[in-house]
Design a protein around this ligand. Structure first.
Ligand code: C5P
Length: 309
């Protein structure tokens, strides 16, 4: 039986931030991207994208107090939401234009894939608003064209990413992981961090390192095993470009976190803790020195509708 639902007049799709539990980076490929073997996990820190039909696309941002909207590219042709609308319009041969409001909780240019979350949320939201019924395989392909991290934001949960990160495969992760998240007021450029990785690692192997121990610890709900296996090959480059990040990681571990690491290309640092009380205690210590210290857990769902009218 199928139930025909009316096409909505507006809807809101929520998409999560990501952390790379393992970011294995291979040598630069001929196309300039780096081959990755990464293990993404999602955390309960979200952007909500609300769309309503309009004759042109316009984007407004409603930022959390710690989010610097000045760093969000908003001009037509520069925001990932415009790109998502254009990709759906090309695929289906229809006009896809909307008023878009982004309720932004994910720090910008922080290594948490906030832009990618907006791209994934926009794909799902516009697909539903225009009743396009895009097959999942096509949504994942368009997401991969929008950016390496966008397919994971569609999927959520915990997943291995290969290729340049866009080929995602869910993995077993029955646990709940508690994180302290410390954003930085100044973003970092992902291409710049990758360039510095190339300078620091001229002999990187083409095949990125894999993550067997981490995957076994995730499947076994073993937080100490996960802590021991966390790895980010971009961290030396990010810390070399911004040495304060090394100090912050050391402070978080002194405060009792099981492990700290740079998230993706940085500069956000994340600290794995044993449970929610532990995370709140570490956050309280780091909060004495940093204006913004968040606590989040995961894994959580990928891009999904939360409001519909
Ligand atoms: O795919 P995305 O647009 O997020 O990538 C941003 C930039 O990060 C790329 O232009 C590239 O410089 C770098 N990158 C890379 N290798 C990857 C992913 C991203 O070199 N696997």
């Amino acid at each position: 039986m199928s139930i025909a639902l009316p096409t909505p007049t507006y809807l809101t799709v929520r998409a999560p931030a990501k952390i790379n539990l393992h970011l294995g980076v291979g040598a630069a490929r001929a196309d300039g991207y780096h081959g990755l073997y990464t293990v993404y996990t999602s955390i309960g820190l979200y952007d909500d994208v609300t769309v309503a039909e309009a004759t042109d696309t316009s984007i407004r941002i409603q930022p959390a107090e710690y989010v610097d909207v000045a760093q969000v590219p908003l001009a037509p042709g520069t925001n990932i939401v415009h790109a998502a609308a254009d990709k759906l319009a090309d695929l289906h041969g229809v006009q896809v234009t909307a008023d878009v409001l982004i309720d932004k909780q994910i720090p910008v240019a922080g290594g948490l894939a906030g832009g990618s979350a907006d791209g994934a949320a926009a794909l799902v939201a516009l697909d539903r608003l225009f009743d396009l019924e895009t097959p999942d395989a096509d949504l994942l392909r368009l997401a991969g064209e929008l950016g390496s991290d966008v397919p994971f934001a569609l999927l959520g949960g915990t997943a291995v990413g290969t290729g340049r990160g866009e080929l995602v495969e869910p993995v077993a992760d029955p646990g709940t992981w508690w994180w302290v998240v410390v954003p930085s007021p100044d973003g970092m450029s992902t291409p710049e961090v990758y360039r510095h990785f190339d300078e620091l690692s001229p002999d990187a192997a083409p095949e990125p390192p894999r993550a067997e121990e981490l995957l076994a610890a995730l499947a076994g709900d073993d937080v100490h095993g996960v802590a021991a296996a966390l790895r980010n090959d971009l961290q030396p480059a990010a810390v070399d470009l911004r040495p304060q990040l090394g100090d912050l990681i050391a402070r978080g571990e002194e405060a009792g976190a099981l492990r700290g690491l740079v998230s993706g290309s940085g500069p956000t640092c994340v600290f794995l803790c044993g449970d929610s009380d532990h995370a709140r205690a570490v956050a309280a210590e780091l909060g004495a020195e940093h204006d913004v210290v968040l606590v989040a857990n995961g894994p959580v769902a990928g891009a999904h509708v939360v409001e519909y009218s």
